[in-house]
Design a protein around this ligand. Structure first.
Ligand code: ADP
Ligand code: MG
Length: 290
């Protein structure tokens, strides 16, 4: 029996679906929080303590969430994931991919480096550099928290608008060209698992921020060649096993990548998708063991 550590902080619908999908494929998901894991060295074990594994290593690990915490706590939790990978355990997504996606500036850089379309962006600690960049571009822009998620903490800035207070985003300015429109807001979410774009949807926003948690409505959309190939390329650029990619259409219809989520929720997407997303993910995790 393959035993998969399912890292999750609050057992939820996703964990239930994953546990069932893993069981259907002959494995066992053991849910626990990374908060409850530890390095325990010198006792003859693998050195990584995971509740439910009695000092042994799991056959694979699936990361559904990492709780917010102090710099030290988050470093330890990511360190445990790095250590599992270094011990030969398939970790999905691994710490490197999670680090690259949680930090929006690194995601943006990797998309840019891969030659993928993404809006012009400046990330800097310097107020002077931020002011210069803004002055050089006569356009609406978006200020985002470096570690943002669920549409929290975003500000839309017209040319000449004051920036949000400097300390709001931890002293880092992430500024990006505002793409899109003044009404009928929508963007796309594409889920890619094991290099395969498995599901897509339109998110129709009540405002320009289309996240489901901000009132965005999910609508089914056919997986087109351009959504699938750009989604797949974006996930490849950050080196993730699976991810949810946000894409938006420019006024002239060109598709741009906004961000890549390495720990995406998919309840909204599942409600309009034909395929079983948890099933795809479980199959991918078990495939990695072969
Ligand atoms: N550059 C942009 N232009 C237009 N809309 C944007 C831009 N960046 C973000 N948005 C809107 O805000 C939402 C949240 O931004 P995103 O970068 O995905 O951060 P989060 O991690 O909070 O989801 C996007 O889904 C989109 O609706
Ligand atoms: Mg997003």
């Amino acid at each position: 029996m393959r035993r998969i550590a399912l890292f999750i902080d609050e057992p939820d619908w996703h964990a239930q679906r994953l546990a069932a999908a893993i069981a259907e494929r002959g494995g066992e998901a053991v849910a626990c929080s990374l908060r409850d894991c530890a390095f325990r060295l010198g006792d003859g074990g693998a050195g990584i303590d995971i509740p439910g594994f009695d000092g042994a290593l799991p056959d694979a690990a699936l990361v559904r969430s990492i709780a917010a915490g102090s710099f030290e706590q988050v470093t330890l939790r990511l360190g445990l994931l790095h250590a599992l990978a270094a011990s030969g355990v398939p970790v999905i997504n691994d710490a490197r991919a999670i680090e690259r996606c949680v930090d929006k500036s690194m995601t943006s850089f990797l998309l840019h480096r891969a030659g993928l379309p993404t809006p012009a962006t400046l990330v800097s600690e310097s107020e002077a550099a931020a002011r210069r960049w803004r002055a050089s571009r006569a356009e609406a822009q978006v200020a985002k928290p470096l570690f943002g998620s669920r549409g929290r903490g975003l500000a839309r800035l017209a040319p000449g608008d004051a920036l949000p207070p400097r300390d709001v985003n931890g002293g880092v300015r992430y500024l990006q060209r505002f793409v899109g429109r003044d009404s009928d807001w929508l963007d796309f979410r594409v889920m890619v698992i094991g290099g395969e774009p498995v599901a897509a949807m339109i998110r129709r926003g009540r405002s320009w921020i289309t996240n489901v948690g901000r009132g965005g409505r999910c609508e089914p959309v056919q997986m087109s060649e351009r959504l699938g190939s750009l989604g797949r390329a974006a996930v490849g650029a950050v080196g993730a096993d699976y991810a949810g990619v946000d894409l938006i259409e420019d006024v002239d219809g060109a598709l741009l990548v906004l961000e890549v989520n390495s720990m995406p929720a998919w309840k909204g997407l599942q409600s309009v998708a034909a395929c079983d997303i948890a099933g795809h993910l479980a199959a991918h995790v078990l495939d990695r063991l072969r």
